[in-house]
Design a protein around this ligand. Structure first.
Ligand SMILES: NC(=O)C1=CN([C@@H]2O[C@H](COP(=O)(O)OP(=O)(O)OC[C@H]3O[C@@H](n4cnc5c(N)ncnc54)[C@H](OP(=O)(O)O)[C@@H]3O)[C@@H](O)[C@H]2O)C=CC1
Ligand SMILES: O=C(O)C1=N[C@H](C(=O)O)C[C@H](O)C1
Length: 267
């Protein structure tokens, strides 16, 4: 019998964290070793309402958790500021991080890439765990070779901290690899209200919508002579992300470097 993979989850009471600890509970080859939260110090996960009946201890001090608990993988589902600190610390203690938290800068990614390289340790930074979203990004990248005019619109629930979303940033970067550089719209266009044309990367535009009732959605719209092409993905619940979280946990322990985006490890 193969040994189970021991996992620490940071942010277990959040929308994603809750879904992740339930997924780990269901999977026989995964074991929840502990959780990191900023509340409920010393409690067991099972003591907290809505959490699975698991005896994983809650730590509010990440260093204490990482030094006391033997685990292979650290899954971060918190906030951009906290997620960065957790990921570096997880690497310092020899764990392989799976980072679902979005809002990391290019500098953050580069610093983590360097650290992973030095330690020959796997790190998976995954802006979107949903397979449909990964395909939407790859298809958009493919279309960009033929349609340099593109506008990305991401739509999320109004509790989201970062804008644009990690998925939109990743999509723009993938498109950038295939798209001829071009400033879109009328060369003399003027915003009569600041921000009307959205964020800008290499002349393409990214728009962020925040509304209660939404979960996670993105539309990539291309325009050409006499035609448009729209590629859209909708996550209607957080269960959509869980096969990707499970896959990432299984894969990261076999890796020796930082990988940004699930598309790089899908067969
Ligand atoms: N990669 C992907 O596919 C996806 C990524 N995300 C990303 O994952 C992250 C979490 O999203 P979501 O679950 O919706 O957000 P939530 O706000 O629901 O969850 C975040 C959790 O982190 C907790 N938290 C805050 N500070 C700390 C800390 N210091 N230590 C431990 N836990 C802490 C919060 O607690 P409290 O509420 O008490 O402050 C909360 O329970 C976001 O960055 C989001 O963009 C989301 C969906 C999919
Ligand atoms: O905050 C969210 O909810 C989501 N965040 C990720 C992102 O920023 O792209 C992934 C998904 O869109 C849900």
């Amino acid at each position: 019998m193969t040994e189970s993979i021991r996992v620490i989850v940071a942010g277990p009471r959040g929308n994603m964290g809750k879904e992740a600890v339930h997924m780990i509970e269901r999977e026989e080859h995964l074991e929840l070793a502990a959780v990191v939260d900023h509340k409920y110090e010393g409690a067991l996960l099972s003591d907290i309402e809505g959490m699975p009946n698991l005896e994983a201890r809650v730590y509010t001090n990440v260093d204490q958790c990482l030094s006391e608990i033997g685990a292979e993988v650290f899954v971060d589902l918190t906030t951009p500021e906290i997620g960065k600190v957790h990921t570096e610390k997880a690497l310092d203690y020899g764990l392989a991080p799976v980072v679902g938290t979005t809002g990391f800068s290019d500098e953050d990614l580069e610093r983590l890439r360097q650290k992973a390289k030095e330690q020959q340790r796997g790190v998976l930074i995954v802006p979107n765990f949903a397979i449909g979203a990964v395909l939407m990004m790859k298809m958009s990248q493919m279309a960009a070779a033929y349609f340099p005019d593109v506008e990305i619109t991401e739509l999320h629930h109004d509790r989201k901290l970062d804008a644009p979303s990690g998925t939109a940033v990743k999509t723009a970067k993938l498109i950038q690899e295939n798209r001829a550089k071009k400033t879109q719209g009328h060369p003399e266009e003027k915003e009569t209200m600041p921000g009307a044309r959205g964020a800008e990367l290499d002349g393409m535009r990214i728009h962020s919508t925040r509304l209660p009732g939404l979960v996670a959605h993105q539309q990539v719209m291309f325009g050409g002579e006499g035609q448009t092409l729209t590629i859209r993905h909708d996550s209607i619940n957080r269960a959509s992300f869980m096969p990707g979280v499970k896959f990432a946990i299984e894969q990261v322990i076999t890796m020796k470097e930082l990988v940004y985006g699930l598309e790089n490890i899908l067969e």
